[in-house]
Design a protein around this ligand. Structure first.
Ligand SMILES: Nc1ncnc2c1ncn2[C@@H]1O[C@H](COP(=O)(O)OP(=O)(O)OP(=O)(O)O)[C@@H](O)[C@H]1O
Ligand SMILES: [Mg+2]
Length: 345
C-alpha cells in the first residue's frame, strides 16, 4: 500500500552504468544524463575522499589533476570495481534527478551484463538501496539493446545483438526476450584506442594519450581499407628526444591498428554462432545481426563484419543509446516489464 502511494510521487529511473559512459533516463521526462563514467575525488588530510566533479567535468580533469585530486573510473571492462565511488556517483545522479531535498524511494531499472554473477549484481544493487531506492529491477543489457533498437523481442523471433561498448563487446543471441547464448569479449572502444596508441608508438616512437588515440580513431579510423578519408595528426611526446611532437597519421595506419580488434569481434561472433542451436544460427544468418554501443559507430564496422561473416550487420539508430532507450521503454511500459525476463538476484 505504502509502495503504491510512493509510486504516485516518486520518479523512477532507468540506468546504464557503462565502462565509458553513464546514461540515465527519468520516467516521464527523458534522458537526464549521458556523460563519462568518471569522478574527480579530492583526498582530504584524514585520507577520506570527497567528490568534487562527475561526468564531463571529471573526465576533463584526467591527467591534469593536482596531486590531491584523483580521477576515478569506477567501472572497468563492464564491471563495477569501485563500489564506494559508484555509490557516490549514484548519489550525484539522484541529486541531479530529484534535487538536493531528497527523493521518495524511486524504482530503478538497471542494465546489467548477462553473465554477471549473483555476488556482482548484489553488490551493485546494494549501492542503489543505500541511497534510498525502493526496488532495483535488473535487465540484461542485450535485451535492453534489442528493445532500444526497436525489435519486438517478446515475440518468438531470434535476435542477435553485438554491443560494442568502451570496455567490452557483449555478444548475445535472444529468443522470446531471453538470452539463450552469450559471450563477453573484454575488448571494445578502449581496446581500439590502445591499439591506435601502440601503433603510433611503434611506428614513430611517439607516445600519445588515450584522448588523442580516441580522437584519431573517430576522425580518421575505419574498419575497412576502402572507407578511408583524410589523414590526422597524432600529438604526443617523442620517446627519443622527450619533446612534444606532432606526426601526420594516414587513415591506412589507423585502419591497420584497428584490424586486430575488428578481427577479435568477428571471431567471437562467429564462435558464438557456431555454438548456437542450428535453428537459432540459421535465423540469425538470414535476418542479420544488430550492432549497438558507441564502438559500433566506428566507420564501416558493419561492412567489415559483414565481409568477414557473410551475414548482414545492421547498426541500431543512435547505437550508443540503444541500451538506455530500451531500459527507458521497459521502465515506462508496465506490460513490457512483465514480458521481459529480468535477472534474479
Ligand atoms: N564515432 C565513433 N567512432 C568510433 N568509436 C566511437 C564513436 N563514438 C563513440 N565511440 C566509442 O564508443 C565507446 C563508448 O561506447 P559506449 O558508450 O557504448 O560504452 P559503455 O556502454 O560505456 O561501455 P561498456 O558497455 O563496455 O561498459 C568509446 O570507446 C568511444 O570512443
Ligand atoms: Mg554499454
Amino acid at each position: 500500500m505504502l509502495d503504491t502511494v510512493l509510486g504516485l510521487f516518486s520518479q523512477d529511473l532507468a540506468v546504464d552504468l557503462g565502462t565509458s559512459n553513464t546514461r540515465v533516463h527519468l520516467s516521464g521526462r527523458g534522458l537526464l544524463c549521458d556523460e563519462p563514467t568518471a569522478l574527480a575525488l579530492q583526498v582530504l588530510p584524514d585520507g577520506s575522499r570527497e567528490v568534487i566533479a562527475t561526468g564531463v567535468e571529471a573526465r576533463a580533469m584526467v591527467g591534469r589533476t593536482p596531486p590531491d585530486i584523483e580521477a576515478v573510473h569506477p567501472v572497468r571492462a563492464g564491471r563495477v570495481t569501485e563500489h564506494d565511488v559508484t555509490e557516490a556517483l549514484i548519489l550525484a545522479l539522484m541529486r541531479r534527478a530529484h534535487g538536493r531535498n531528497g527523493w521518495m524511494r524511486p524504482r530503478i531499472v538497471l542494465g546489467v551484463p548477462h553473465r554477471a554473477t549473483a555476488a556482482e549484481l548484489d553488490a551493485v544493487a546494494d549501492r542503489f538501496d543505500a541511497v534510498g531506492t525502493r526496488e532495483v529491477r535488473l535487465i540484461p543489457r542485450p535485451v535492453a539493446a534489442a528493445v532500444g533498437a526497436g525489435l519486438p523481442v517478446w515475440e518468438a523471433d531470434t535476435v542477435m545483438v553485438v554491443d560494442v561498448g568502451g570496455g567490452t563487446t557483449e555478444i548475445s543471441i535472444l529468443q522470446s526476450s531471453e538470452v539463450v547464448s552469450s559471450t563477453i569479449l573484454e575488448q571494445g572502444g578502449l581496446a581500439m584506442d590502445a591499439a591506435v596508441a601502440a601503433w603510433v608508438e611503434r611506428e614513430w616512437d611517439l607516445r600519445i594519450g588515450p584522448r588523442s588515440a580516441e580522437a584519431l580513431k573517430i576522425d580518421v579510423g575505419s574498419a575497412i581499407e576502402e572507407g578511408l578519408i583524410h589523414s590526422g595528426v597524432a600529438k604526443g611526446r617523442c620517446l627519443r628526444r622527450g619533446l612534444p611532437r606532432a606526426q601526420s597519421v594516414t587513415p591506412s595506419d589507423v585502419h591497420s591498428a584497428l584490424t586486430s580488434v575488428v578481427d577479435a569481434i568477428a571471431q567471437a561472433t562467429r564462435d558464438l554462432l557456431d555454438e548456437a542451436p542450428p535453428s537459432a544460427a540459421a535465423a540469425v544468418r538470414s535476418q542479420g545481426v544488430i550492432l549497438a554501443g558507441g564502438g559500433s559507430l566506428l566507420r564501416d564496422l558493419d561492412v567489415a563484419l559483414r565481409d568477414r561473416l557473410q551475414i548482414p550487420f545492421i547498426v541500431a539508430e543512435s547505437p550508443q543509446r540503444a541500451v538506455i532507450t530500451g531500459l527507458a521503454r521497459i521502465l515506462e511500459d508496465s506490460a513490457l516489464q512483465h514480458t521481459i525476463a529480468r535477472v534474479d538476484r
